[in-house]
Design a protein around this ligand. Structure first.
Ligand code: IFM
Length: 477
């Protein structure tokens, strides 16, 4: 039986002078609560790990915090009007756990839920499909104090929180994703410590990854029970991983990084097992004693969709003597058990994050998920780029970002042509925002934010994207 929520993706493409996407393709843009809302202490909200982290000296560039961010909490109605002007069909946002359940336990906070009720009602009133993410990294601080994601109890707490949100918003939200990018929460948060809560222990990172997925599975079960009509999924950040050469040592380095970056999450969620090579690679780090009987059945609870976030490719090689350690997400501590793998820079154009631009990698990634893992509908739940923008005569002409989107949409279209049931695409991000450890120094938005005046200026990419949405496709090249 065809699924009424996901229009068909294959066999309906116009092959004429334009690249036309399937009817009903869900064109959207995404944000996350801590990155845009501000109002950190209003309406009963309590601190999350990102409040603590960003207020700790030396953790975030220039000491930036999300205290005010884009002030979206106060400007939400006009932000939704802007989305409507751009013609967005959907808006992907995240709910702030410490706003709706202060402290991470106990009853819901009516004022917090009310903000999201109003947001959803505004969206629906403008014909924009709300897409709700339950967890985009803002763990309530008391849950971190009790052990954080390395502690099993956090998974159960997450499911309770999911139920509170479902009770309040389940009557008006169809699309739900549980976690955003559990790799980042686990490996940047507990492995390298460059993200909140800033801990650095390989075994904890692996435990965190498992408990995040356990929380995901428990939340899916709770949501399914209370909202049988909801469309449920998870968002994972995936990378094609390519060996720098066909030398066996480079091929093995690529296998190890692929296991940690991709298969660590895809296999449990979509196959109900951990990859056997991963356990062998990690034997010095953990014995996986934290995995209990029944966990993998919970983690692989059936879904309705899979969200893929795509930004770049990893090219890896075996170590060379005396090589310099890599920065940020290439730091060895992000990759427990693969500390000696080297990430190779190919000299291709990069974004302001220094991430290599590799649009074919999106096609490859979507095809892999579909061909190796699942027939479920796929959505690109994030794709985008940071570049240095400037306001000139009141305009922001972000040609590099526009070209990035254009190339990646062509790659997405190619995946559809290859048979991938891709049903939507969400640009990251609707607006410039708090880019985690980089604070406000990196701009990913289609809409410029003036952080002094909070003025919004749609950039060239926003106007271009509005036209893509209007025509449901791109001009042929
Ligand atoms: O800003 C982040 C987002 O929160 C998660 N995915 C990657 C984006 C760019 O780094």
């Amino acid at each position: 039986m065809s699924n009424p929520y996901h229009p068909p993706a294959v066999g309906v493409l116009d092959q004429g002078p334009e690249l036309i996407f399937p009817p009903g393709f869900l064109w959207g843009a995404a944000t996350a609560a801590y990155q845009i809302e501000g109002a950190a202490t209003e309406g009963g909200r309590t601190p999350s790990i990102w409040d603590t982290f960003s207020h700790t000296e030396g953790r975030v560039v220039a000491g930036h915090t999300g205290d005010v961010a884009c002030d979206h909490y106060h400007r939400m109605p006009s932000d939704v009007r802007l989305m409507a002007e751009l013609g967005l069909k959907s808006y992907r946002f995240s709910v702030s756990w410490p706003r709706v359940q202060p402290g991470g336990s106990g009853p819901a906070n009516a004022a917090g839920l009310d903000f999201y009720r109003r947001l959803v009602d505004e969206l629906l009133g403008h014909g924009i499909e709300p897409w709700l993410t339950l967890y985009h990294w803002d763990l309530p601080q008391p849950l971190e104090d009790a052990g954080g994601w390395p502690a099993r109890d956090t998974a159960g707490r997450f499911a309770e929180y999911a139920e509170l949100v479902a009770d309040a918003l389940g009557d008006r939200v169809t699309y739900w994703t549980t976690l955003n990018e559990p790799w980042c929460s686990a490996f940047l948060g507990y492995g390298s410590g460059v993200h909140a809560p800033g801990r650095s222990d390989g075994a904890d990172a692996v435990r965190a990854g498992h408990h995040l997925m356990l929380g995901h599975g428990l939340a899916v079960q709770a949501l399914r029970a209370s909202r049988p009509q909801a469309q449920l999924g998870i968002t994972v950040n995936l990378y094609p991983v390519t060996p720098a050469s066909d030398a066996p040592a480079d091929v093995d380095a690529a296998r190890r990084i692929d296991a940690l970056a991709n298969r660590f999450f895809l296999d449990p969620v979509l196959r109900g097992s951990y990859p056997t090579d991963l356990a062998a690679d990690l034997r010095e780090v953990t014995d996986f004693g934290h995995v209990r009987d029944g966990d993998l059945a919970v983690i692989s609870t059936p879904l309705d969709l899979v969200g893929v976030n795509y930004y770049s490719r990893h090219v890896v090689a075996a170590p060379v003597e005396g090589a310099e350690p890599e920065p940020y997400w290439r730091a060895p501590s992000c990759w427990p058990g693969s500390e000696d793998v080297r990430f190779v820079t190919r000299g291709v154009p990069v974004t302001d994050m220094n991430w290599e631009i590799d649009a074919p990698g999106l096609t490859e990634t979507l095809r892999r998920v579909h061909e190796e893992y699942t027939d479920l509908p796929l959505y690109v739940t994030e794709n985008g780029s940071a570049f240095v923008d400037a306001v000139v005569d009141g305009q922001v002409d972000d040609v590099d970002r526009l070209a990035y989107f254009d190339a990646h949409l062509r790659a997405a279209h190619e995946a559809i042509n290859a048979g991938v049931p891709l049903r939507g695409y969400f640009a990251w991000s609707l607006m410039d925002n708090f880019e985690w450890a980089w604070g406000y120094t990196k701009r990913f938005g289609m809409v410029w934010i003036d952080y002094d005046s909070q003025a919004r200026i749609p950039k060239s990419s926003a106007r271009w994207y509005a036209e893509v949405i209007r025509r449901n496709g791109l001009a042929a090249q």
